[in-house]
Design a protein around this ligand. Structure first.
Ligand SMILES: Cc1cc2nc3c(=O)[nH]c(=O)nc-3n(C[C@H](O)[C@H](O)[C@H](O)COP(=O)(O)OP(=O)(O)OC[C@H]3O[C@@H](n4cnc5c(N)ncnc54)[C@H](O)[C@@H]3O)c2cc1C
Length: 393
């Protein structure tokens, strides 16, 4: 007999939402994470400066679907916060996404007016245009502007972040930060934009506080279970596990890289303390060549807080190649979307289909980019599907 009905690997949003839902249903749940804390990449803590630091980079909640926010309100109060990002371009600090104000700050009045008029005539106000599309415009003036923005905002940032040019990566990546024909300088335009009153970690503490949930930290899945590919069984601590198995980690690692390694990009955050205020907004991007600034952005967490402490903490963000054994860059932050990775990933997924009750969920296990609202929505939908339908449908 299994002690647990549901075994979940990973205590990020994917794993924790599933744990909370099933525990509420009266199921006994075990959540396992290799890290020393819950919350996955959402983990935050108060540091010596009394600043709430997001350990794995700044995390801003924004979404269009009320049901996600409605669910998350069970675990925290939320306050309105609209994120604004600036970027270093030609020695000036201008709004990112690049918008009509950015044009006004970087060009003289006549040229700026002509450029704005051309953009508005071609695309209309309040429109978001991906940079790669803007570069294909038939209008010579727009193409000239697009080349400028490509060079000054996208090219080096993308090369630093991904070690690839904007053309080499999946267009969805550059589409996430389009050129915005607007004076709206908010980074997101979603209807719901909030931050949790006491930080994200408190949300996870509440989610996982149900008496039906046991948590094991500092524990790697591979150390407590074996995936048996011959007879499609999961052996958990010596005996067959017949409950629901939810995996939210790296699939290639779990499956001993039998079809090869998937590639990821990593980051390193250099945390620094300062007096007062360091920069004018929460995040300033450095889309400059690597020789000028090796980092991509600086985040000052104090700007995200309702009550601002005296001192301040900044995170200087350096992109890194992923190396699981490296001193830096040992966290797989971003799946790299290439055809080769897709082929490898699909082979792993084929193998999983032969198992009963084996669910892949979250940004690592599904090998895709999810915002937190996307991962919460995916978990809530998967829970519904599993409890209302047949698991293997
Ligand atoms: C730098 C950065 C900034 C971001 N900013 C935003 C933002 O502003 N807004 C937003 O909505 N989203 C943001 N995101 C996305 C957000 O972080 C993710 O959507 C969310 O954290 C995904 O949750 P998850 O549960 O899928 O993965 P994770 O949070 O990564 O959780 C997976 C957990 O599984 C554990 N694990 C993995 N493998 C194993 C194993 N073999 N054994 C045991 N444990 C294992 C890991 O330790 C981890 O704790 C950002 C992401 C990054 C990288």
């Amino acid at each position: 007999m299994n002690k647990y009905d549901v075994l979940i690997i990973g205590a990020g949003f994917a794993g924790s939402v599933m744990a909370e839902r099933f525990a509420n249903d009266g199921k006994k749940v075990l959540v396992v994470d290799k890290r020393s804390h819950i919350g996955g990449n959402m983990f935050d803590y108060i540091d010596d400066n009394q600043v709430l630091v997001h350990q794995y980079g700044p995390h801003l909640f924004h979404c269009k679907d009320f049901f996600v926010l409605d669910y998350l309100k069970n675990f925290s109060n939320w306050y309105p916060y609209e994120h604004r990002v600036k970027g270093y371009v030609n020695g000036k600090v201008v709004p990112i996404p690049f918008n009509l104000t950015s044009i006004e700050m970087l060009f003289d009045e006549d040229e700026a007016n002509a450029l704005k008029e051309a953009l508005i005539n071609e695309y209309g106000m309040e429109q978001k245009v991906p940079i790669l599309m803007l570069r294909k415009s038939n209008n010579v003036m727009i193409r000239g502007l697009a080349d400028f923005i490509y060079e000054k905002v996208f090219k080096f940032y993308t090369m630093k972040q991904w070690d690839l040019t904007p053309e080499q990566i999946d267009p969805k990546v550059t589409e996430r930060v389009p050129v915005f024909i607007s004076y709206d300088d908010r980074y997101f335009q979603d209807e719901y934009q909030f931050l949790p009153e006491d930080g994200y970690t408190k949300i996870f503490e509440k989610m996982l506080s149900h008496p039906n949930i046991d948590i094991r930290l500092n524990t790697k899945a591979q150390d407590i279970l074996k995936i048996n590919f011959e007879d499609h069984k999961i052996i958990f601590e010596g005996s067959e596990f017949s409950g629901l198995f939810i995996f939210t980690g790296q699939l290639d690692e779990l499956m001993n890289y039998r079809y090869g390694k998937l590639s990821y990009r990593s980051l390193y955050f250099d945390l620094q303390s300062h007096d007062g205020i360091y920069q004018e907004t929460a995040t300033v991007n450095y889309p400059t060549p690597e020789a000028e600034h090796a980092f991509t952005r600086i985040t000052e967490f104090k700007h995200l807080m309702q009550i601002k402490p005296q001192r301040t903490t900044i995170a200087i963000e350096y992109p890194y190649p992923y190396d699981e054994n490296g001193e830096k860059g040992n966290i797989p932050y971003y799946p790299v979307f290439t055809d080769e990775n897709k082929t490898i990933y699909d082979q792993y997924v084929e193998d999983i289909k032969a198992f009963d009750s084996f669910v892949l969920l979250g940004r690592l296990a599904e090998f895709r980019y999810y915002n937190m609202d996307g991962v919460v929505a995916a978990a809530l939908n998967k829970y519904k599907e599993l409890t209302q339908g047949n698991l293997n449908d």
